[in-house]
Design a protein around this ligand. Sequence first.
Ligand code: 5AD
Ligand code: SF4
Length: 463
Amino acid sequence: MKFNKKLYIKTWGCQMNVYDSSRMADILAPLGYMTVEEPDDADMIILNTCHIREKATDKVFSEIGRLKIHKDKKVEAGGSMLMAVAGCVAQAEGDFIMKRAPTVDMIFGPQTYHELPEMVAKATGAYGENRIVNTEFPEKTKFDFLPEEQNQGASAFLSIQEGCDKFCTFCVVPYTRGAEYSRPVDKIVDEAKRLVDNGSKEITLLGQNVNAYHGENVDGKTWGLGRLIEAVAEIDGIEQIRYTTSHPRDVDQELIDAHRDVQKLMPFLHLPVQSGSDKMLKVMNRKHTADRYREIIADLKKARPDLVFSSDFIVGFPGETDQDHEDTMQLIRDVKFASAYSFKYSARPGTPAANMTNLVREDVKTVRLTQIQELIGEFQAEFNADTVGKTLPILFERKGKKEGQLQGRSPFYQAINVPANERLIGQIVDVHVTDSTGHALTGEVVTAVSTSENLTENIVKSA
Ligand code: 5AD
Ligand code: SF4
């Protein structure tokens, strides 16, 4: 492949967007675009945006303003730069962006980026006379058109499902990503094999509602996520499997069994609950109770006793009382999450909750958010401290911030920094955990006992 153009992609939001960005780079590579780390001299800039929480559109406009300076400079010097806004803000606010930001040449949503080569061909010129808005939901899925993916490194994302039909009242995803769609089993297995051939050891199966997966197998039967995980685990070279993001309602027995039977399935599960109050869960349209969530956690833990959980919480949803908040705090105490994200509720235009009037005051939200974050932080610190003294297999993903250190993840998805030779990047290595700072761990590579020939070889090399 001959690279003669520079492509700068900035990605906001979820792993799905990270995956989409890497696929956009794959599509543009045959056109000569090579990804670069800085926007200054780029021939094309893509802002892959997220619309899930507040100020999403403002952030995009301020980024466009910043990048316009680069574009103007390049154009003044006789060059050109295509500017594109992609992702969920593009999907939701495409026409508005077109109107307000003349510097933007292309706007496309998450379901049309496979048409990038045609869009690029149309939108040539410094201030593209042929500006494009492409926010359809095409009949045929983009997956039928995407080229083979390039190297993603030690830990790779694989999109298996997209869109959502759940319509939680606060959420824009069903509107920006569209209806639920599951990729066929053979396409996923092929992609997983190629990722392994390219050196990936861990695969994270991705979907907005990943455990709603119901893909077709070659024999015409429909498979759920549990079966799919078993099939992916049989691929030689895949050492670790994760999946995200799941919904409590779609945790079925097959998936629970997969946690029991598939050792490659990592003992960490992100299972968003949003609230611990039945009243809030109902108005959020989550369609389960807090006790049902507790039961699911108990069933999963029975299947895989070392399994730990993380979650998402929304604080200050319309109508949330002190008691509702306390119910959420109690759920956190009961489950003892290993980590979790919590967000202040923000009304998203076009969602049912945006019309609710019994709003919670901003200062009340702030107090509740702090309380939740402190409680979660305590459990996270406790869990991390419990890991100190243990030896865990760590997948080294990249160089650490400090010289001579590598950064990796434990099976429980804890970030860990370890002094180690760069050659160990991409390897799973036994590490003795020596310390914990609330959020991250530190450790030392275990050199005396090694579990595989590969490991021994690498340690000898790195010594
Ligand atoms: N306000 C606040 N948080 C939200 N999330 C989704 N929509 C909103 C919103 N309108 C959070 C949920 C979800 C996570 C990805 O983002 O907790 O699980
Ligand atoms: Fe949004 Fe709910 Fe669908 Fe998750 S399940 S993507 S929160 S609508």
